[in-house]
Design a protein. Structure first.
Length: 499
């Protein structure tokens, strides 16, 4: 077999190289889209947000969430339930009407009597007042001679008054006080829910507004690259710049377009989250559209000068105070049960007309006074309840101390956060102003040929980053102020006053 020549050995690697390496004009895999389509898509992304015809203002949102948020409607239902229970306890003080008729159709005695009574329990004492009318005919056993009346009957007015036990408090009045306390507890719970809902509504609204501001920043950044691309095309056509510069700027356009798409996604998500607090008349969530987006950066909620002075406005602190008050009422009831019962009874009977047709002749006016004394001997159950109630009061007092300390720490921490957020916002504004000035100056230098394309992009994107950081700092300040308004129970700032 003949050996290959030396020239063949040299040509073989070259031939292999030609077969492996594609021709210079061959398109690589994954060819990018055409420049016109890319620019059209980018210009669509850079289109400004629609003008706000009827911006959704924060007071409008807070008024809506105040009356339509399901959590608040649920809390209001609990208040109405507690008010119903209070009305039930008031039934113990309702005026009572009774009527009675007795007759003896057969037997030795033929007496018959009829009577009506009205009895009104006293709201300030464990006793009652009563009035009645009786009329009787015939003869009664000696044990029932009190049934005899005058010819036209007998009018009775009397009262039963507690002098010791049940004088200041009894089960009826305690149950009414307890039910009234439950109403107050439910109302404070409603207020706690309302404060939480409104604070979250403020944060959601500001997140939505600032998300729109971020979209505007990135749209402006994209528009700069698109405007520059038109100038580059003219310069490349005139031979003043290399064609590769168009490709490089297209890369910048795509990168900035990605930022716009991500910002728009965040805006849409913020709008969906805001719909939890923005509802129609039927309570259904409504996603706000971009034409309702305010263009101005929102201002933070006002902060009281002395935030600690608002400590007593906290509903959770009021809840503990109500529970302490109810426990003290329970203690008063327990002590009441140690007292002997001493009741004073006074009654006046007025007999109408002449003597009755049978029996003794009752006529004129009769008055009665009486005392009833009952002394309990063993009070183990009452002593046990008394000790338990005293322990409950001590526990509630310690809980109040802890909650008060916790609130002071919370308000102090939020006050620091609000002050530092203001400082950070000022720093972010200064940084933004300088970054924008640097970007503007770098663009002028580039137009004059004293700078390069890479440095211009760096300055512009640094300016956009500074604008976004300024928005983030503004959002942190807004959230800090909203949290502080919630911590101090600033109902006016949270839209819970009026209307």
């Amino acid at each position: 077999m003949p050996r290959p020549s030396k020239s063949a050995l040299l040509l073989a690697p070259m031939l292999a190289l030609v077969l492996v390496v594609p021709a210079a004009g061959q398109a690589p895999r994954g060819k990018p889209g055409s420049s016109p389509a890319l620019e059209a898509d980018a210009r669509d992304a850079a289109r400004p947000l629609p003008e706000a015809t009827a911006p959704l203002a924060l007071p409008e949102l807070l008024a809506n969430s105040r009356f339509h948020a399901p959590q608040l409607l649920e809390a209001l239902a609990r208040v109405r339930g507690a008010e119903g229970r209070l009305l039930t306890t008031e039934g113990a003080f309702d005026t009572l009407f009774s009527a009675e008729i007795d007759a003896r159709p057969t037997g030795f005695f033929d007496g018959a009597d009829a009577g009506v009574r009205l009895m009104q329990p006293l709201a300030a004492n464990g006793g009652n007042i009563y009035a009645g009318y009786d009329i009787a005919r015939g003869r009664f056993p000696s044990s029932q001679t009190s049934n005899n009346t005058a010819l036209y009957g007998r009018v009775t007015v009397g009262t039963l008054f507690s002098l010791l036990r049940d004088r200041d408090i009894d089960e009826r009045r305690f149950n009414r006080t307890l039910a009234a306390g439950e109403v107050e507890l439910a109302d404070n719970d409603r207020l706690l829910v309302a404060i939480g809902v409104q604070a979250r509504a403020v944060a959601a609204w500001n997140n939505w507004v600032i998300a729109g501001q971020r979209v505007a920043v990135f749209k402006g950044l994209l528009q700069l690259a698109l405007d520059r691309q038109a100038g580059f095309k003219r310069q490349v056509a005139e031979g003043l710049r290399p064609a590769i510069l168009l490709t490089e700027n297209e890369q910048n356009i795509l990168r900035r377009q990605t930022l716009v798409v991500q910002a728009e996604q965040a805006l849409q998500q913020a709008a969906v989250n805001l719909s939890l607090f923005w509802r129609d008349a039927d309570g259904n969530p409504v996603v706000p559209t971009a034409d309702r987006l305010p263009r101005a950066l929102p201002q933070p909620l006002p902060v009281a000068e002395d935030v600690m002075a608002a400590l007593e406005n906290r509903p959770d602190l009021k809840v503990v105070d109500v529970r302490i008050g109810l426990a003290r009422q329970r203690l008063a009831l327990d002590r009441n049960n140690f007292l002997p019962r001493l009741d004073l009874k006074a009654e006046v009977n007025q007999y109408l007309g002449e003597a009755g047709l049978a029996g003794r002749a009752y006529t004129g006016t009769e008055s009665k006074l009486g005392l009833n004394l009952t002394v309990p001997i063993q009070q183990r159950a009452a002593r046990g309840r008394l000790n338990q109630t005293q322990a409950d009061i001590e526990g509630f007092q310690q809980r109040r101390r802890f909650i008060e300390d916790q609130i002071r720490v919370e308000i102090g921490s939020l006050s620091v956060a609000a002050r530092q957020a203001r400082r950070l916002l000022g720093i972010a504004i200064d940084e933004q102003d300088r970054a924008l000035a640097m970007a503007s100056a770098e663009r002028r230098r580039f137009q004059e040929g004293a700078s390069d394309f890479f440095l211009v992009n760096i300055r512009e994107e640094a300016a956009a980053d500074a604008q976004v950081r300024r928005l983030d700092a503004a959002f942190r300040q807004i959230v800090a102020h909203a949290d502080l308004a919630a911590a101090t129970a600033d109902l006016k700032a949270l839209g819970l006053v009026g209307g």
